[in-house]
Ligand binder design. Structure first.
Ligand code: AMP
Ligand code: MN
Ligand code: MN
Length: 323
């Protein structure tokens, strides 16, 4: 287990001939952006590269260039010599690709989560980076990778989604500068915004109505939480993967400091998203439940016994007592 700087990472990656690049389950824009931009950069240097994610890609993101080239996990897949894991704080985040985290595979971790557990042989973790897409931009720049419009657009995607289109606290002068550089290279910000913000299935809106029905507040409105069940997703024919944003809606309420939203995706299993507004570190709560993330945006998998509502109430009371 080694922690290295950016220059060293670039030296190491330059000397690799073939590699699998793997992103996390329940992929977001940053994860998809990072897998593809690193893969394209290394491919252009003549290396054998394949990008993988052990999960369905959200439908809207499939509309962006090259996204359909990301492969899923397949039984019998050949063991790689090198594995680069992006945007993952712990090995369970890569789903079944975890089986390649072993002594005879060179595992390189590129991440920006403060909760990273350094599970690679080589780890580059910058908790001050807005996104892994920002780190990949720096790596590609140091490797003199030539950007076309497609690559620039894909690189900007991860930056935009992880900064909430430049509204979260991880928005820095540097990331605005990088975004400007990407736009100069042809990044299509309008296309990304259209795909992410103007492309909602109407069922998604109806699901928000259900989520509003389930919405509860505790601690004088400082905590807001809600959930949707697998049945809800089935009713409106929206995959759990294609529904997001509701946790941000809860955080946006004026009294709220912490927002929690749970989406059930399997029997007795839900993905829980946590957000905070000013001071509360939600990553501590996520870590307690076996997840991770950032101080203002974290998540974990909740396995519960009876009802999701009851399980959430227990967690909400715990958080509420801390507020
Ligand atoms: P989400 O609520 O899914 O948008 O995730 C918010 C943040 O928490 C992201 O930075 C994720 O990488 C992280 N995160 C979400 N779920 C998990 C999990 N099960 N384990 C570790 N980190 C997670
Ligand atoms: Mn991510
Ligand atoms: Mn990220």
């Amino acid at each position: 287990m080694k922690f290295v700087g950016l220059k060293k990472i670039v030296d190491i990656i330059k000397n690799i001939d073939n590699v699998y690049i793997v992103g996390h389950i329940m992929p977001d824009g940053d994860c998809i952006s990072s897998v593809l931009c690193l893969a394209e950069g290394l491919k252009s240097m003549g290396k054998k590269v394949q990008g993988f994610i052990d999960w369905e890609i959200p439908e809207n993101l499939k509309k962006l260039p090259l996204v359909n080239g990301i492969k899923k996990f397949k039984e019998g897949i050949i063991k790689p010599e090198n594995l680069i894991v992006v945007d993952c704080s712990s090995p369970d985040r890569i789903g079944r690709f975890q089986k390649f985290i072993r002594d005879d595979v060179n595992v390189i971790v590129l991440d920006h989560h403060a909760t990273n557990v350094y599970f690679g042989n080589i780890n580059y973790v910058d908790a001050n980076a807005s996104s892994v897409a920002e780190i990949v931009y720096e790596i590609n720049k140091m490797m003199n990778i030539k950007y076309d419009e497609k690559l620039a657009t894909l690189n900007l995607l991860g930056i935009l989604t992880d900064t909430g289109f430049f509204k979260y606290s991880n928005t820095t002068p540097l990331i605005l500068h990088i975004a400007a550089e990407l736009m100069k290279m042809g990044a299509d910000i309008q296309k990304i915004s259209f795909v992410i913000n103007e492309n909602r299935k109407v069922g998604n809106l109806y699901l928000q109505r259900e989520a509003i029905n389930n919405l509860k507040f505790l601690s004088r409105g400082k905590l807001g939480y809600s959930y949707l069940t697998k049945k809800d997703f089935e009713k409106y024919k929206i995959a759990e993967n294609d529904f997001d944003g509701f946790v941000s809606e809860i955080r946006a309420v004026d009294t709220v400091e912490v927002a929690m939203f749970a989406a059930q995706y399997e029997d007795k299993k839900a993905h829980v998203s946590l957000r905070s507004k000013r001071y509360f570190d939600v990553s501590k709560i996520a870590l307690e439940y076996g997840g991770g993330g950032h101080s203002k945006a974290s998540g974990f998998t909740l396995i519960y016994e009876k009802s999701l509502e009851d399980a959430l109430e227990g967690i909400a009371k715990k958080i509420g007592n801390l507020l």
